[in-house]
Ligand binder design. Structure first.
Ligand code: GRF
Length: 194
């Protein structure tokens, strides 16, 4: 299974995929890593010899033009699956239409609880005793697509946003790796799910 991964930040989930793909038995390879800015996570890609590309929204007249440019870069690689992992922009509808259903996203909450860019912060603010991590198929909404897998993560008194997020990320990484395996082995059919 050939992958293109889109990130915006440190790319710890990307790193997990790159490390997993080092194993010849792992049925997926990261062809390229893209971002909406020169993301810190590009360091991981470069260390693994994986090409990177960044498409900054500020270079385009509007979101649709930016989306078309991002899609063009993705399609250079003809991936089987595009993974959004810590990608903090919403892709325009025509980009999602072009990639769907082979477009999945990881989210640090137990969707449909706490969608959006601040899922960890919102869970803390809500005072819940457990939140979670989810892997979903991307649709035109915000973290609203069909759920591929999810798992609960406890919230402890005194948790900070970053502390809770660091407890969630390992779960997110494990779910993401498993989802890639299941898709590669056809245990999950994204067309059926969508
Ligand atoms: C991940 O929890 C992702 O789901 C969320 O932001 C975090 C990015 O972490 N959108 P990283 O860039 O993979 O370290």
């Amino acid at each position: 299974l050939s992958l293109v991964v889109l990130i915006s930040g440190g790319g710890s989930n990307l790193l997990a995929l790159l490390e997993a793909a080092e194993d010849a038995e792992f049925p997926a390879r990261v062809l390229a890593v893209g971002a909406d800015r020169p993301a810190d996570g590009f360091d991981h890609a470069e260390r693994f010899g994986v090409p990177t590309f960044s498409v900054a929204m500020s270079n385009y007249a509007d979101r649709d033009e930016w989306g078309d440019a991002m899609l063009e870069q993705i399609q250079v690689w003809q991936p089987d699956l595009v993974i959004l992992s810590g990608f903090m922009k919403l892709l325009p509808p025509r980009v999602i239409a072009a990639l769907s259903p082979n477009l999945v996203n990881t989210h640090p909450a137990y969707l449909p609880e706490f969608p959006g860019a601040h899922g960890v912060r919102d869970a803390l603010a809500a005072g819940v005793t457990e939140t979670g991590a989810s892997v979903i198929v991307v649709d035109n909404g915000v973290d609203s697509g069909p759920i591929i897998s999810q798992e609960r993560v406890p919230v402890f008194a005194g948790d900070t946003e970053s502390g809770l997020h660091e407890r969630i990320k390992p779960v997110e990484r494990r779910l993401l790796i498993q989802a890639v395996l299941d898709i590669a082995n056809s245990h999950i059919d994204l067309k059926e799910l969508s």
